[in-house]
Write a protein that binds this ligand. Sequence first.
Ligand code: GDP
Ligand code: MG
Length: 321
Amino acid sequence: MARTFTATLQPLDTTIPDPALIVLIGAAGSGKSTFASTWAPSQVLELDAFRAMVSDEAGDQAATADAVAALRTVLEARLTRKKTTVVDATHCERAVRAGLVQAARRHGVPTVSVLMGTPVSLCVIRQTARTSDRAVPADTVRAQHTAAVTAFPGLRGEGFDHVVFADQLHRLEPLLQRASDARRADLGWDGNPGLGPLLLVRRVFGDAVLPLWRWVEGSTLAGGDRVAEITLGADRLQLALRTDIDGEGDYGFDLLTACPVDDECTAPAWTPAHSVTTLLDALTGALNDTDTVCTVHGDDQDDQDDDLEDLAAPYADAVHA
Ligand code: GDP
Ligand code: MG
């Protein structure tokens, strides 16, 4: 148990037992979700996420009752298993806190309230960075902040086994530990195969396409360069890994697409795929094909140049005649 004493001899409790029910208390924008992200995602029950689960809108206040019911069902299942759980909601109402303390007690799980110490002015300013459906009005934020501060002296009396301040806790280490573990696993430094060339795939296209990605061994489609495909249901995108872009030795991907010059042409045409947006544009027909090069017809620009040359010759003849 870690206890230190401030100058006023108030004991400062920083204990978080395991298992524990950890109840974050703070206004919107006080940093609850940021703090909660230092625990594993499966350990965090965020009310906004439950609102989104039942209504598709994290900020839909009309969905609160259903969201709370769903959250409490999951919490009950976790407490039954004696799993450490963080509940991420404002918890400014005493009755809400009392319900959580009772639930934990029924299962013999210790309770910890974590008070966010963020100044109300900062909580209000942080709302401006949010989308309008997530931003909480300043008056509401101020009321929440007052309620949280007022609740503090009574939290032990409400039955919390530990009352701690977020700004007294060291939570950067578990956050970095999980990030480091994930990175080491990606790189194969933990003894597993790791992502290998998929690291580049993820950097260019993001996480979403990784499970859909497959290297096509032995394909001659891309002139000897490595070929891959992204498949899902009826959809299929084919790509080539280029290892010497612009003669600079840079790595990148080309996406197989239609010839920009001749609608009838069936030869492979390649367009640089710089991000997942290129893939989307190709699927929706919104691809800008100025950079597309057909293996037979070249690019559209060449074609225009050819056209200009075609025009230029008789023009030159006329001038010099
Ligand atoms: P909540 O409404 O209480 O869940 O607040 P959030 O966790 O969403 O915090 C709002 C924003 O404030 C975050 O997106 C961060 O940019 C910032 N923030 C919150 N807590 C911290 C913190 O402890 N450190 C830093 N550097 N930024 C924070
Ligand atoms: Mg939050």
